[in-house]
Design a protein around this ligand. Structure first.
Ligand SMILES: NC(=O)c1ccc[n+]([C@@H]2O[C@H](COP(=O)([O-])OP(=O)(O)OC[C@H]3O[C@@H](n4cnc5c(N)ncnc54)[C@H](OP(=O)(O)O)[C@@H]3O)[C@@H](O)[C@H]2O)c1
Length: 345
């Protein structure tokens, strides 16, 4: 196959907020197959995941991948198989897994966590409603937070890809849900489409005052996507035996020193018998099919709103990714680089 492959590679480590110049675009002939057992995939949708900011930081922590300078940017992807020597991975099938900011790539299914998208499900839905962010929210609320009917669930980043699902799963479970977001439009969407009655626009409202007003009996479960100052504000309202689910820390991803923030009030955590639990979706890999079935049932019953923010164009992938940090994304942010017929975008 004679193909010129578009690639976005890491040009340099970002200092502070990510810029377009941190990435370099080039084109190169696709390398020949590296050997048996490899699939050639064409990426269609690339998920803009905030954690990519950590992967390009160069901190070389052992607990997440480091993208080296010159390497293509790793990203969760929905892709189509265009060459395969394994009947379990048929040509033409849609798959999800870890991809890169390239048109084409030879991948090993095991190394990249590749899974077939079931028939009848579009790549967009596979990356959205049934995607890794929805699943992260599901396990975070249900298995890690153990949210129960009648409890108060506080969600930061509540209009985002993970957060909106976390807030709605809490509502479905019968929790009283309070969500934080950063714009009036997001607040409206949360109220009107997601059925989250109590919303705080943290950019325009005083968060401690609003938490006191909306959570007079305190908070039982905090689902935190943001970290930073929010975590202090949430902890101050967390009830005895409360559970703080640490999903993400997007407020600190641009900060070089993760210890630069104010330390948490540890005595409050001790005296409140409060648990702080970090987790990763990978912890729950075996339970993904069951979770997807449940999410599908809730969606069929009309209980879930979901929106994807689809942005076309390989050339503007850096700008698309940066929308996560300006907060301009509305829902699951996906860079679309090929259409369903495989035409480059
Ligand atoms: N543990 C896991 O396995 C796992 C898996 C997936 C994602 N995550 C984490 O989940 C979180 C949400 O990810 P997502 O993909 O769903 O992104 P997202 O919420 O769809 O988009 C990011 C949102 O974060 C908010 N934000 C950006 N910079 C901020 C800042 N400095 N302070 C406060 N808020 C800020 C913005 O919303 P506003 O306009 O509302 O501020 C922005 O729209 C991230 O922290 C991510 O790393 C964890």
């Amino acid at each position: 196959m004679d193909v010129i492959n578009r690639r976005w590679r890491l040009a340099r480590r970002p200092e502070g907020p990510v810029r377009r110049e941190d990435f370099v675009l080039d084109k190169a002939p696709l390398a020949p197959s590296p050997g048996p057992g490899k699939l050639l995939v064409r990426h269609e949708l690339l998920l803009c995941a905030p954690t990519i900011r950590n992967w390009i930081s160069g901190k070389r922590e052992s607990y997440y991948p480091t993208i080296e300078i010159g390497d293509p940017i790793l990203a969760p992807a929905a892709s189509r198989i265009v060459a395969s020597d394994d009947p379990a991975w048929p040509v033409g099938a849609l798959v999800v897994g870890l991809g890169t900011w390239q048109d084409y790539e030879w991948v090993s299914p095991e190394d990249r966590g590749i899974r077939l998208i079931p028939d009848g499900i579009s790549s967009r839905t596979a990356m959205g409603l049934f995607g890794m962010n929805a699943l992260t929210a599901y396990f975070g609320v249900i298995a890690v937070g153990r949210a129960r009917r009648g409890e108060t669930l506080l969600v930061s980043g509540a209009a985002g890809s993970v957060g909106a699902m976390a807030a709605q799963f809490g509502r479905i479970l019968g929790c009283r849900v309070v969500g934080l977001c950063g714009s009036p439009e997001k607040a409206r969407w949360l109220r009107e489409d997601c059925g989250i009655a109590s919303v705080i626009d943290y950019a325009r409202e005083n968060v401690p005052d609003r938490l006191a007003a909306l959570c007079p009996d305190g908070v039982d479960v905090v689902f935190d996507n943001v970290g930073g100052e929010f975590l202090h504000q949430a902890l101050a309202h967390t009830n005895r035996h409360g559970r703080i689910v640490l999903c993400g820390q997007i407020a600190t991803y641009d900060v070089d020193d993760p210890y630069a923030g104010r330390p948490l009030d540890m005595m409050r955590i001790i005296y409140g018998s409060i648990s702080l639990n970090g987790f990763l979706l990978n912890d729950f890999s075996a339970d993904i099919p069951e979770a997807q079935q449940k999410i599908g049932e809730w969606a069929k019953q009309g209980l879930l709103a979901h929106r994807e923010d689809l942005r076309d164009g390989f050339d503007r992938l850096p700008e698309t990714f940066m929308a996560l940090f300006s907060g301009s994304n509305q829902g699951t942010l996906l860079g679309r680089i090929a259409d369903e017929e495989g035409r480059a975008l």
